[in-house]
Design a protein around this ligand. Structure first.
Ligand code: CTP
Ligand code: CA
Length: 225
């Protein structure tokens, strides 16, 4: 789409997008993290803003420039991301969870830097589960008709796993990527299938993350009450 003819079909809408990847601290200098760059979430933010929406972008550990006109809320951990998204979702028409949220966090946070002990093997790192933010948002919607979208990166049986995940999370749309060597993490381009809770299946050919974003917003806009 040329920017001159972008329709303002999302004017008056508020959308909340999470982007990037959470970091779960072990001690003041170390964390468990993931490779998410945040590019897909930022592309979703830019395209929604271009279509006239008010955008809140909850950004976990990204280094990308803030898109013009977008309200960016920086967070680090899954717990902080959850708090920020739930707060912003109160008056949102749609919530899109593009962030890679850590499934687990260290059970214990060491307030001082963990040190080597002479000759001793390290202690194992015990993990506990983080809450499933997408499932929680989908189950307890603060507004009737709010549209909730998830993302899933799968390495095998992407469609079958995606269908199961969509049902388990109870979201309206799930964007499923098949991940391989060059795909998805940090890449400029993306290929996906968007699954709908209504049984719909929308393939998105390999291309820029903006194109996938516009397809997501088309499918969201169709579902607005
Ligand atoms: N997600 C979330 N909270 C979590 C984990 C994931 O909100 N604690 C969201 C992600 O932002 C994404 C979607 O759930 O939109 C799917 O993430 P994914 O990791 O594919 O799903 P999981 O249920 O964690 O399944 P898996 O065991 O395959 O990692
Ligand atoms: Ca996961």
């Amino acid at each position: 789409r040329g920017s001159a003819e972008v329709p303002a079909d999302m004017a008056g809408r508020h959308v909340v997008i999470s982007a990037g990847g959470t970091r779960e601290p072990l001690d003041p200098v170390r964390f468990l993290g993931n490779r998410s760059s945040g590019k897909q979430g930022y592309a979703l933010a830019r395209t929604a803003a271009a279509r006239g929406a008010r955008v809140t972008l909850v950004a976990a550990n990204t280094t990308l420039p803030a898109p013009a006109g977008v309200d960016v809320v920086p967070v680090e951990t899954a717990a902080q991301l959850r708090e920020a998204v739930v707060k912003a979702a109160g008056d949102a028409d749609a919530v899109v969870m593009a962030a890679a949220v850590a499934d687990f966090r260290p059970a214990v946070y060491a307030p001082g830097k963990i040190k080597k002990r002479n000759g001793a093997d390290p202690d194992p790192v015990a993990l506990v589960r983080n809450p499933d933010i997408l499932a929680e948002l989908s189950t307890d919607r603060p507004r009737a008709g709010q549209i909730v979208v998830g993302f899933a990166a799968e390495t095998e049986d992407a469609l079958a796993n995606g269908r199961t995940k969509l049902a388990r999370k109870r979201c309206d749309l799930l964007v499923v990527n098949e991940v391989g060597e060059h795909r998805t993490f940090g890449a400029e381009d993306n290929e996906a299938v968007v699954l709908g809770a209504d049984g719909s299946e929308t393939p998105v050919p390999y291309g820029p993350k903006e194109a996938l974003s516009d397809t997501v917003w088309d499918l969201v806009a169709l579902r607005f009450p």
